[in-house]
Design a protein around this ligand. Sequence first.
Ligand SMILES: Nc1ncnc2c1ncn2[C@@H]1O[C@H](COP(=O)(O)OP(=O)(O)O)[C@@H](O)[C@H]1O
Ligand SMILES: [Mg+2]
Length: 303
Amino acid sequence: MRQPGRATIIPVASGKGGVGKSIFAASLAISLARKGEETVAVDLDLGGANLHTYLGLPNTNPGIGDYLKQRLASLGELIVPTTINNLRFLPGDGKTPFMADIPTPQRLQLLDEIQKIPARYVIVDLGAGTSLNTLNFFGLANNGIIITTLDTPALMNALVFLRSFIFANILTLAKENGAIRKTLLDAYRQPANKENLTVERVYDFIARHDAPLAEKIKRRCGYFQPRFVYNMGEEKEDGKVAERMEATLRKNLSMRASALGLITYDPEVRKAVRRNEIFLPAHPESAYARCLNEIVARVRQQA
Ligand SMILES: Nc1ncnc2c1ncn2[C@@H]1O[C@H](COP(=O)(O)OP(=O)(O)O)[C@@H](O)[C@H]1O
Ligand SMILES: [Mg+2]
């Protein structure tokens, strides 16, 4: 789905924090770079930027935070080299704690600049949660990656993330019809009850008032096909959980998701993180690296 001359952008989101998103984003970027692909890793976890640690870099470079505070003219000049061939890094916020929300014009400018980064792959580490920033950044690609552990809270948060993502997109696309937009906002605000507000029901509702708008929204939202990575799992649980997630997403969000693969729990990861090692180059034969390799092969096939 890449435009000619542009990078394949891969946003990595999670819903829940602490599920291994940043080390996955870093390892994915490192692996692609080691396979000869020009790659830029971008830290868009603006509240908790720490991708640099997984890339073995100090937290001293100016980053997107400084760009947003308008200390710098263009995003490109913030990209720094790493110790890994073919891999460069765009820091999130180098020094100061980040101010919470980015105003929409700045957010759009940021999205535009990220799409112009010259590389083959741009891997974007996003913040946990469902802030509008994160939801917007996830839309940088139609097939962004959601990483989750196999624990119920993480799976639930991944679903909540995608639900917020699709509802936010529907709202944006419905902006031309103020009455529909208002009714949708009211409906979204209702407490969740037995009668789940599915995306199908939302489409039906819009179609009753404005059939062409419903068709347009359906088509645009049908374009999103998120890809799942299941982390810290055990081989045998994988298939069933993935099937259940995909069925739930189809039923509740009319969304076609797929699984990129499972990464097993690997005690070497934590040890390496504590030693401040860059995990992948230090442990190329580890269980984590083997799982990652299969995922990277699929990512390249699908790019
Ligand atoms: N497959 C794994 N096996 C063991 N530990 C892991 C694995 N994936 C991640 N971790 C550990 O989980 C912790 C959180 O990872 P991190 O990438 O910082 O999470 P997030 O970005 O989702 O908050 C790190 O200490 C990391 O070493
Ligand atoms: Mg993180």
